[in-house]
Design a protein around this ligand. Structure first.
Ligand code: G3P
Length: 198
């Protein structure tokens, strides 16, 4: 329907607003596309600027997924279209029209888009991400493991959303191609402080 298409476009445009670039500008930090991993996301902002700036990026990037999906859910849009709206938000984040199509990896935005499915799913995803991060120190590996498990958790908790969540997971995994290569080559940079891990 016309309404759903309008929402998909709006979700893409909202997703295209790069919180990482804007927050770094506001905090006088280096451009996250030029330093660290070069990725405009919460992880890299944490590397460059620490906790507060990273938390702000995380929340804003999540809201880019949550707002369009949740509003659409409230007006009764079906699960398949909700999935497309979530994907549009992530595609905006990954290929932002306002930032020369050079965006992030969609982890926070996908989590935000899945959040309206419910607190138990969101809790499981955050827990998985956190446990893998604490054990391994790699934000990317945490995202990869969480993306693989997300469709299984969803199938278990709210089966009608399995397909849309699986589509989001595929997008995240595809976008972590470079991280997967770095992980396999032993060249990925951990983000947890060393003294924590030794
Ligand atoms: O959220 C993105 C994360 O999974 C990887 O980020 O900066 O380590 O490539 P980065």
């Amino acid at each position: 329907t016309a309404l759903a298409i309008a929402i998909i476009i709006a979700a893409y445009l909202l997703g295209s607003v790069s919180s990482a670039v804007l927050v770094c500008r506001a905090y006088g930090l280096p451009d996250p596309r030029e330093q660290g991993s070069g990725n405009p996301g919460a992880t890299n902002v944490y590397r460059l600027g620490g906790r507060t700036a990273a938390a702000l990026v995380l929340v804003c990037d999540m809201l880019k997924g949550t707002i369009p999906v949740w509003l659409s859910y409230l007006i009764g849009i079906n699960p398949f279209l909700l999935g497309l709206i979530g994907i549009a938000a992530c595609l905006g984040h990954i290929y932002p029209v306002f930032f020369h199509f050079r965006g992030g990896k969609g982890v926070a935005t996908a989590l935000g888009a899945m959040a309206p499915i419910g607190l138990s799913l969101t809790g499981l995803l955050v827990l998985t991400w956190g446990v893998v991060l604490v054990i391994t120190g790699y934000s990317s590996l945490s995202a990869i493991v969480t993306a693989i498990l997300a469709p299984l958790f969803t199938w278990w908790i709210k089966p009608q959303f399995t397909m849309p969540v699986a589509m989001l997971s595929c997008l995240i995994l595809f976008r972590h191609y470079e991280n997967i290569r770095r992980l396999l080559d032993g060249e990925e940079k951990p983000i947890v402080l060393r003294r924590w891990r030794r």
